[in-house]
Design a protein around this ligand. Structure first.
Ligand code: NAP
Length: 254
C-alpha cells in the first residue's frame, strides 16, 4: 500500500485526459465513461446530477467533450437533464477542426421507446455538422421512428433492445471512434455488462445522501468487470480518478 500525497501541481487538469492514447481500442471504438458520484456512490440528487457536481468537476466535464468524436447518453438522462447540443470554446473548436473533426461532437441518444421531446434543443439546435443521432432498435413504434428521422439521424442497433456492440459498431462506421458516454447509470451498466467500457473517469464529490442510484446499474446476471487505476487528481475536496478496463485474464500493470 502507498500513501497518496499531494504532489505536483497540474497546470491544466484536462491535459492528463487529453494525453491518453485512445487510438488502439480493443474493439472498433474506444469508450470512455465520465461520471460523478457522491462518497456513498450516489449518481443523482432528486433525480438530477447538478448538485453532485462541484465547480472543478463541472469545468472538467464540459471540457472533456472536446476529446470525443461523439457524446453518448441514455434517454432517461436526456429527459431528466434536458440535454442541449455540445458547446465548446473557440479554441477547442479550432483544435478539433485541425484534427479533421466537426467543431463540436454530436450527441447520440440511446432509446428503445423514442419517448423523447423531439422539439427540444438537443435535436432542433444541433450544429449543422453534428446532427444528433438517435440509436434505437427494430421493435420501435414506426410512427415515432418516422417523426424522429425528421430531427435526428436514426441508427437501428438491435431487435428488441439496443445491443451495445451493434450500436458502437454503427458509430464507428460513421467515423466515431472515440465515444464519450455521460451516463446515465443504466445505459453505462449495459456498456459495462457487454465489456465495452474501456475507461472510466470518475469524480468523487464530497457528499452523501443522494438518490439510491449507483453510477452504473448492470443488468441482472452480468459478471464483474475489473479496472486499473491510471490517474488520480484532487482539487480541494473533489477527487478525480481515471480507470482503464482490465481485459478478462489480463493484469492491471498495463
Ligand atoms: N452521476 C452522473 O455522472 C450521472 C450521469 C448521467 C445521469 N445521471 C443521473 O442518472 C439518472 C438517469 O439515469 P438512468 O440510469 O435512470 O437512465 P439512462 O441510463 O440515462 O437512460 C435509460 C434509458 O436509456 C434507454 N436504454 C438504456 N439501455 C437501453 C438498451 N439496451 N436498449 C434500448 N434503450 C436503452 C432506455 O430509454 P427509453 O426509456 O427511451 O426506451 C432507458 O429507459 C438521472 O437522475 C440523471 O440525473 C447521473
Amino acid at each position: 500500500m502507498e500513501l497518496l500525497e499531494h504532489g505536483a501541481q497540474v497546470p491544466d487538469p484536462l491535459q492528463p485526459y487529453l494525453d491518453v492514447d485512445r487510438s488502439h481500442p480493443r474493439h472498433e471504438c474506444w469508450v470512455t465513461g465520465h461520471m460523478v458520484a457522491g462518497l456513498d456512490g450516489t449518481a443523482a440528487i432528486d433525480g438530477r446530477v447538478g448538485a453532485l457536481s462541484t465547480a472543478p468537476d463541472q469545468s472538467l466535464f464540459r471540457r472533456m467533450r472536446q476529446s470525443a468524436d461523439v457524446v453518448l447518453i441514455g434517454a432517461e438522462t436526456v429527459r431528466r437533464e434536458g440535454y442541449a447540443p455540445i458547446r465548446l470554446s473557440e479554441r477547442a473548436r479550432a483544435l478539433r477542426r485541425q484534427r479533421g473533426l466537426s467543431p463540436v461532437p454530436p450527441v447520440a441518444v440511446v432509446s428503445r421507446s423514442l419517448d423523447l421531446d423531439l422539439s427540444s434543443s438537443v435535436f432542433v439546435r444541433a450544429h449543422e455538422e453534428a446532427r444528433t443521432l438517435l440509436i434505437t432498435c427494430a421493435a420501435v413504434d414506426p410512427q415515432r421512428l418516422e417523426t424522429a428521422r425528421e430531427v435526428a439521424t436514426v441508427l437501428i442497433a438491435g431487435q428488441g433492445r439496443v445491443d451495445p456492440a451493434t450500436a458502437l459498431r454503427a458509430l464507428a462506421e460513421r467515423g466515431h471512434r472515440v465515444v464519450l458516454c455521460e451516463g446515465g447509470p443504466r445505459w453505462l451498466g449495459e456498456l459495462v455488462a457487454s465489456d465495452r467500457l474501456d475507461e472510466l473517469c470518475l469524480t468523487l464529490s464530497p457528499l452523501m445522501g443522494g438518490d439510491p442510484l449507483p453510477v452504473s446499474v448492470t443488468p441482472p446476471g452480468a459478471g464483474l468487470s475489473r479496472f486499473a487505476l491510471r490517474g488520480a487528481m484532487v482539487e480541494e475536496d473533489t477527487v478525480f480518478l481515471r480507470y482503464e478496463s482490465v481485459p478478462a485474464g489480463g493484469s492491471a500493470d498495463g
